[in-house]
Write a protein that binds this ligand. Structure first.
Ligand code: ATP
Length: 286
């Protein structure tokens, strides 16, 4: 398959609704306008305006709200390569010098390809989860007081500044603690776009419930009495991950109803006919 150039992307038939992310349309629109729009401008326009593509974005907010989902789907939407995913605590290697090496490796493929193909290079996405684990304010002793955290931040900064001429990198950092991230990383030209991914509101929760019950509905294993609006109204402060957990719990209550009595062999026909109903969801809610 032809690799898209760093400037020319977006799957033609892309639809956000099909991506399995609920309640984040506004956040996604912001990311699109601010971080990608310039990449689908007609050739030459970016140079004419005299701007540079955004190289880094930071998604921040509570756990389980869909930050990882969004980061991965961005890659799919942009028809980029499979993103490189790295996780803060993982980078902090106990062997001195290894952490910087880990960071260097992350950028190496993109740098090499850009040198070889220039503007024709495909877009490389790097997803950096739990960024706060390595990128605490320098001098704070992150990384177990060994100064490893400091050198990781320095290495990341030098890489980001070094990609000045590279158009083919997008770094997506994620954290639950934006207050812990070294300010130097958050400046223009680095992780310059900060988007908060917060807990879903009621409308968002309905969308997330629809996504996570899509299979059981289309396969007719969900009872008609299940009221997703009611569930959404009664899951205030639930994250997307918690809503997904609720649906799983409801399914296991239904399974339990069908397997409680008799032997496994005798109930298997019954299980094949099981339907998840509102009582199961109420049990799960409780
Ligand atoms: P963490 O900060 O803990 O890494 P996160 O914000 O990256 O969390 P995800 O890993 O994206 O959260 O979400 C975990 C799971 O919860 C997803 O795989 C998905 O099943 C479900 N989920 C979370 N948010 C949403 C959402 N907005 N729409 C649909 N599903 C969601």
């Amino acid at each position: 398959s032809r690799r898209p150039a760093a400037n020319a992307i977006i799957q033609p038939d892309f639809k956000f609704a099909d991506m399995g992310i609920g309640g984040l349309d506004e956040e996604f629109t912001t990311i699109f306008r601010r971080a990608f729009a310039s990449r689908i401008f007609p050739p030459g326009l970016v140079e004419k305006i005299g701007i540079q593509h955004v190289k880094g974005i930071l998604l921040h907010g509570p756990p389980g709200t869909g930050k990882t989902l969004i980061a991965r789907q961005i890659g799919k939407m942009l028809n980029a390569r499979e993103p490189k995913v790295i996780n803060g605590p993982e980078v902090l290697n106990k062997y001195v010098g290894q952490s910087e090496e880990n960071i260097r490796k992350l950028f190496a493929d993109a740098e090499k390809e850009y040198k070889e193909t220039g503007e024709e290079s495909g877009l490389h996405i790097i997803i950096f989860d739990e960024l706060d684990a390595v990128c605490k304010q320098r001098g704070s002793g992150a990384g177990g007081g060994t100064g490893v955290g400091d050198s990781v931040v320095n290495q990341l900064l030098s890489k980001l500044d070094g990609v000045d001429q590279l158009n083919n990198i997008l770094l997506i950092g994620m954290t639950n603690r934006i207050d812990m991230i070294d300010d130097a990383l958050l400046r223009p030209g680095r992780l310059e776009l900060h988007v908060e991914i917060s807990l879903p509101d009621e409308k968002g929760r309905v969308q997330i419930l629809q996504i996570h019950t899509a299979k059981m509905r289309s396969n007719n294993v969900m009872d008609d009495d299940v009221d997703l609006d009611y569930i959404a109204a009664h899951t205030k402060n639930f994250s997307g991950a918690e809503i997904s957990g609720l649906v799983k719990a409801a399914a296991s209550f239904a399974f339990n109803r069908h397997t409680k009595k008799g032997t496994m062999a005798s109930v298997s026909d019954d299980v094949a006919n099981m339907k998840i109903n509102m009582a199961d969801f109420n049990n799960a809610l409780e």
